[in-house]
Design a binder for this molecule. Structure first.
Ligand code: ADP
Ligand code: MN
Ligand code: MN
Ligand code: MN
Length: 334
């Protein structure tokens, strides 16, 4: 009898920002992936005297780390009565995605992150700081970019797993990088982004490097890390008016969005470093100091998509995409 390994992956109940957890199940070839359980008292998801939580496979991909027939299995967390666990934000995203599926929403998410070597960003001097920002974004050379072998290995892993990774680039702060996932529907982009995050941590582990989604890993005159969320509906892909209406609709519920766009957002959305203050909402064409940017090509072509620049790198994409679909599709014609 032949076997394979299924890595069950889930999102825990850590506060203020959830962490990813995973454990391995040995499967017989051809056997269906079953429900599984875990100790919720070790993940902030259950009390010790009623510690069982349920894992339900919802999204399965090839495991590019182990290779072969092995799989990565993203799960939703349920209580033992099979109601969605309080930490299960995917269940809400699922519901809204279904309600508004006629709008054919697409998302492309730009995930920024920072490599750390122990307590300092990778490649930074032991004492003091590297040269100020300016030359690092999309840079090349050992004095400008740090961690490229990890970035390349992660990109290869995403492709081998069948994830829709759109690209990568070195970011404004040294040791900071970005990858993009999409365009895909709300649930699909979120599932894939969580899997790509897990692969990032896992691939970097073998290099002895840690990756963090901390939205402001270095205080001071250094860029924070975001998760710009590009969004369109079928109508927006045909009409510029629909794009500006969508931007206005996001403004109507600005503070609700900010509340759910990731812990520590006020540290990042200061109004400096290509951000708009979290206390304000404004949209603009080509404006990287706006909350929502309409790319210039979109205005020129009279159709396309908008970029919500507010989500933090540590946001939960199930919450972000759910809120955007809800805010925009409840206003826009389907
Ligand atoms: P930036 O110029 O802000 O760095 P990127 O190239 O990093 O932009 O990211 C743009 C993202 O927008 C990509 O992930 C891409 O897939 C996505 N995108 C492109 N067209 C659409 C669309 N119509 N709807 C949603 N997302 C889109
Ligand atoms: Mn980008
Ligand atoms: Mn970026
Ligand atoms: Mn962007």
């Amino acid at each position: 009898m032949s076997h394979y390994m299924a890595e069950y992956i889930w999102i825990d109940g850590s506060i203020p920002t959830a962490k990813m957890r995973a454990k391995t199940k040995i499967m017989k070839e051809g056997e269906e992936l079953p429900l599984w359980g875990f100790d919720g008292s070790s993940t902030n998801q259950a009390p010790g005297d009623a510690s069982d939580c349920v894992l339900k496979p919802v999204y399965v991909i090839d495991d590019p780390v182990r290779g072969g027939a092995n799989k990565l299995v993203l799960c939703e967390v349920f209580n033992t009565d099979m109601t969605p666990h309080a930490s299960n934000t995917r269940a809400h995203c699922r519901e809204i995605a279904e309600r508004y599926q006629g709008h054919e929403s697409w998302f492309g998410i730009e995930q920024e992150y920072t490599f750390f070597d122990g307590a300092k960003p990778l490649g930074w001097p032991d004492n003091g700081f590297p040269a100020p920002q300016g030359g690092y974004y999309c840079g090349v050379g050992a004095d400008e970019v740090f961690g490229r072998p990890v970035v390349e290995a992660h990109m290869e892993a995403c492709l081998a797993a069948g994830l829709q990774i759109a690209g990568i680039n070195a970011e404004v702060m040294p040791a900071q990088w970005e990858f993009q996932i999409g365009p895909l529907g709300p649930l699909e982009v979120s599932d894939q982004l969580w899997m790509a995050r897990w692969l990032l941590y896992r691939v970097a582990e073998d290099f002895g490097i840690s990756a963090t989604l901390d939205p402001k890993p270095v205080l001071g005159d250094w860029n924070g890390a975001g998760a710009h969320t590009n969004f369109s509906t079928k109508l927006m892909r045909e009409s510029y008016d629909a794009c500006t209406q969508a931007a206005d609709a996001l403004g109507e519920r600005a503070s609700l969005h900010i509340e759910h766009y990731g812990f520590g957002i006020e540290k990042r959305l200061t109004g400096l470093h290509e951000t708009c203050s979290y206390k304000e909402f404004k949209w603009g064409v080509s404006d990287r100091g706006a909350s929502v940017r309409i790319p210039w090509q979109v205005q020129a072509e009279g159709k396309g998509y908008i970029e919500d620049r507010r989500p933090n790198a540590n946001c939960d994409p199930y919450l972000v995409t759910k809120l955007i679909v809800e805010s925009v599709c409840s206003v826009l014609a389907g």
